[in-house]
Design a protein around this ligand. Structure first.
Ligand code: FE2
Length: 142
């Protein structure tokens, strides 16, 4: 039987896996006067996102369920996609401030579902705190 927390955790895992791909796409395609700082900042966020992916996936495993990290399953992601081609740094900064704030808000909505599973709730709370901090870092660059 699937643990109560698993669907919420899996939804966040899917978004974080996709967010990692979107971050690298921007990291590789960013251009403009702020190239270097944005390029480096994106890798800082990527490292955090990779850790969060692992924490969530292993929480799902610890609950006795199976995390789904297959590329084909990322179609369920709610992360806003990027266009192909070069990306202006200012638009990247604005876009990531918005993406991270939106993901923080959508994860926060799940706290209530996890009131019977505080360790899972704690994992999501930690991720939301990290997303809020990184959203602020991007906002501060605008
Ligand atoms: Fe790189």
């Amino acid at each position: 039987m699937t643990a109560t927390a698993t669907p919420a955790l899996q939804a966040v895992l899917t978004d974080l896996l996709d967010l990692g791909l979107v971050i690298k796409q921007a990291h590789w395609n960013v251009t403009g006067p702020a190239f270097r700082s944005v390029h480096l900042h994106l890798d800082e966020v990527y490292d955090e996102v990779i850790n969060w992916q692992d924490e969530i996936a292993e929480r799902i495993s610890a609950l006795g369920d199976s995390p789904d990290g297959r590329a084909a399953s990322l179609s369920g992601s709610t992360i806003a996609q990027l266009p192909t081609g070069p990306l202006q740094a200012a638009a990247v900064v604005q876009g990531f401030a918005e993406r991270l704030a939106a993901l923080s808000a959508s994860i926060s909505v799940k706290f209530g579902v996890l009131e019977e599973d505080l360790p899972s709730q704690d994992v999501l709370i930690g991720i939301v705190a990290g997303l809020d901090k990184q959203a602020w870092f991007f906002r501060a660059e605008i």
